[in-house]
Structures are given as C-alpha cells and as structure tokens.
Design a protein around this ligand. Structure first.
Ligand SMILES: *Cc1c(COP(=O)(O)O)cnc(C)c1O
Length: 405
C-alpha cells in the first residue's frame, strides 16, 4: 500500500491489528511536527501540550538538534563501549559544566537510568556503607513512576503496573510521598537509598509540600542514605529550573535524567553523581550496547546547548506562572486544583467531572493535544519554546473546554 494515500482510519486499523495493545492513544495519527505543532495525516494541525511526556522540551525537530543528528549520522553512530568515541567525552564535559556533578553514566531509556541508579546504590551500600550482602533496602514513594522494568514496577504502588508480572524484585520499601516523617521511620541500618521524583509526573503532576525535599534530604544525610532524585520528567527545564530539586536548594547524591536530554530525537539517559558513588562500577559490572554512543552523545550535547542558549528554562519559569494564572481565572465547576511549577502543570478535576479523557478529546477537536494522567488530571506540558501569544491561543480553547457541562 502507498503510504501517502493511507487515511487515519487505515493506519489505526493496521496498528490495532498488529501492535500489542499496551497503550490507549488518542486517535490522532501524527505525520509531521515542528516546534510546538504537530500535523496529522489528514493535514490537521495541533498544538502539542504533552511534548512526548517532556521529551521534546526543545520543540519538535529542533533544527539545531536535527543538524547535530545528521552530521553525526554521517560520521559514526555506534562504536559500542568496547572502543572509545570522540563524542561521549564531550557530553560528559557538557553535563559537568551544566550540572556541577562529577561523574556520569550514560544509558538510553529513562528506565535504564533508574535501574543503573538502583544498582549503583546497592553496590555503594555493600562496598562503601558496609551493609551486609543482599540486605540492602531502597525506599521509594507512593504514587511513584520510574519506568516499566520488573525491578522498577516492583516498587510501584499502581496495582495494574504489577498485575501478572510477578515474582517481583525484593528490597524495596514504600513511604508516603510528601511525608518526611514516614521516611525517617522507614530507614534502617540497611537502607542505602531514597528514590524520589521532586515533582511526580505520571502520578498527576504532584508537587510535594514545601520543605519536604529539603527535610527528606537532611534525613538521608543524617542516616548515610543516598538521596536519589528522578528528574527524568521534571528535569531539564520542565519545572522552570534546570532541576526541580533546586527549588529547595538541595544537592541530591544521584540524579537520573532522560527524555529531554535528546530533545526527543533519540533515546538518551544518564545518571549524574559523584566519584564515590559511580566509582563503585568496575569494568564489566554494568553496560549497554547503545549507551554512550556517539550519535546519542552528539544529539544530547546540542539538546543541552539549545536548552541553555535559547533560555528555555527561564521561559518555562515565567510562562509557567502566566499560564497557571490564566488557568486559575477560568471559573470551571469541574476543576478541583491547578498545580505545578514552570510549564509542568496539572489540572485536577472533580470526581463528578466524568474523567479527564473526555476533556482531552474535546481539546483535540479544538486543535490541542493533551493527555490525561490518572483518570482525573489533565497534564499541560508544552514544549518550553512556547510563547505567551501561543498560550493565549490555547487558553481560548482550554477555557471553552473547562466550561463544558
Ligand atoms: C518517563 C519516566 C521514566 C522512564 O523513562 P522511559 O524512557 O520511559 O523508560 C522514569 N522516571 C520518570 C520520573 C519518568 O517520568
């Protein structure tokens, strides 16, 4: 079949027929994208308010990042880490310069970065902290999201994520998100790390109480427990800071990043930490065929340059305030709470609103793509290159939808 002559319906039928049904997407078949806009196969344009779960913070197909990809693709794409390449060291240097961390470990997906952080924490626990073999405990939070591997879902509190996938990985404890006291009480001499999202993304853009991260950080320090921030979604400008933890002036021992690290052009993730912690890995302990490849590294360097040089973090901070204020002015009977930091915004609807999905579908009809998270939350997380005028354009439509019956 000629692809150009296929309709949305045909693409959807093909996908439904052959693809595993592990997603329930909105029925828009995107064919092209540029900046904050995507175009479907029928030529309809939509403003993208999901930005691929914050992977395209720099906007779709950013010309500078596309160029970096093209240039590197013509030179060398993959060497494996059996050999060195001329791009990975430059990514390390860029990360050091921008984040102030000391040592890095590159992977591909976010889940792999989290897995790497968990392995680093356990090994640090045995080799540095002196925890007895196989006794290490890691504490995570209720409502967390850190990916979909078996180990990661083992500490999920979402039943569906675990159902049918046992036996699960032991060694995790769960404490209530936002409750520092609960963390303190859960720590034992075997606790090696506390893993937390400074703002929970998939959990519904949940911002913890002010002071929580700082308090949790101090509790970790006092108990020689690693504080590990999962900034895969909240990081790289999304929250209006480079990292969401900066709002509480803390310096996590370990940070995971992914998603926007490539501006959406390629899967690139990384663990940022210190020599003491990442230094526990010896040759052969851990690896990845694609992790640290020169194509991904070249893309990531440019994605970080764009973030900085186009002042996207500042734009996220300022327009985040503007956007939230605009949303708060809509007097909708459906809205329970509007929350977030920067352009990382959740609109939680009342239980009587009939779920966020119908609002997302109504937004789609009006040219806006947003995705519900957790039944009742509409997430608004556009690319950080968005302008005030574009937010005004969107607000006209969002207002209409929030004021529906
Ligand atoms: C998306 C996400 C992950 C997992 O990233 P993948 O690339 O989908 O594996 C991990 N942690 C957080 C906070 C995320 O939002």
């Amino acid at each position: 079949m000629e692809t150009q002559t296929m309709t949305s319906k045909e693409y959807i039928a093909l996908e439904e027929k052959y693809g595993a049904h592990n997603y329930h997407p909105l029925d828009v078949v995107i064919d092209k994208a540029e900046g904050i806009w995507v175009t479907d196969v029928d030529g309809n344009r939509y403003m993208d308010f999901l930005a691929a779960y914050s992977a395209v913070n720099q906007g779709h197909c950013h010309p500078r990042i596309v160029k970096a990809l093209q240039e590197q693709a013509e030179k060398v794409t993959l060497t494996s880490r059996a050999f060195r390449n001329s791009k990975l060291p430059l990514l390390y240097e860029k990360l050091a310069e921008m984040t102030g961390y000391e040592m890095f470990l590159p992977m591909n997906s976010g889940a792999e970065a989290v897995e790497t952080a968990l392995k680093a924490a356990r090994k640090w626990g045995y080799k540095v902290k002196g925890v007895e073999e196989n006794k290490a405990e890691i504490i995570a939070c209720t409502n967390n999201f850190a990916g979909r591997t078996i180990t990661i879902i083992s500490f999920s509190t979402e039943e569906q994520y675990k159902d049918g996938f046992g036996p699960l990985t032991p060694g995790f404890k769960i404490v209530e998100y936002g409750n520092a006291k609960a963390l303190e009480e859960a720590i034992t001499s075997n606790t090696v790390a506390f893993l937390v999202e400074p703002i929970q993304g998939e959990g519904g853009v949940v911002v913890p109480p002010e002071g929580y991260l700082k308090e949790a950080y101090e509790i970790c320090k006092k108990n020689n427990v690693l504080f590990m921030a999962d900034e895969i979604q909240s990081g790289l400008g999304r929250s209006g800071k480079l990292f969401a933890f900066e709002y509480e002036n803390i310096r996590p021992d370990v940070v995971t990043i992914g998603k926007a690290l490539s501006g959406g052009l390629y899967p690139v993730s990384a663990v940022l930490s210190s020599k003491e912690i990442l230094g526990v890995f010896n040759p052969g302990d851990h690896g990845s065929t694609f992790g640290g490849n020169p194509l991904g590294a070249a893309i990531a360097v440019e994605a970080l340059n764009v973030l900085k040089e186009e002042k996207l973090i500042e734009n996220s901070y300022e327009l985040g305030i503007y956007f939230r204020n605009q949303l708060k002015e809509v007097n909708s009977k459906h809205v329970k709470e509007i929350r977030g930091k920067g352009l990382f915004i959740g609109v939680e609807l009342n239980n009587e609103a009939g779920g966020a999905r119908r609002f997302c579908e109504a937004l789609m009809e009006r040219g806006i793509l947003a995705k519900e998270t957790h039944e009742n939350v509409i997430r608004f997380a556009p690319p950080l290159i968005i302008t005030k005028e574009e937010i005004d354009w969107a607000m006209e439509r969002i207002r209409e939808v929030l004021l529906m019956d």
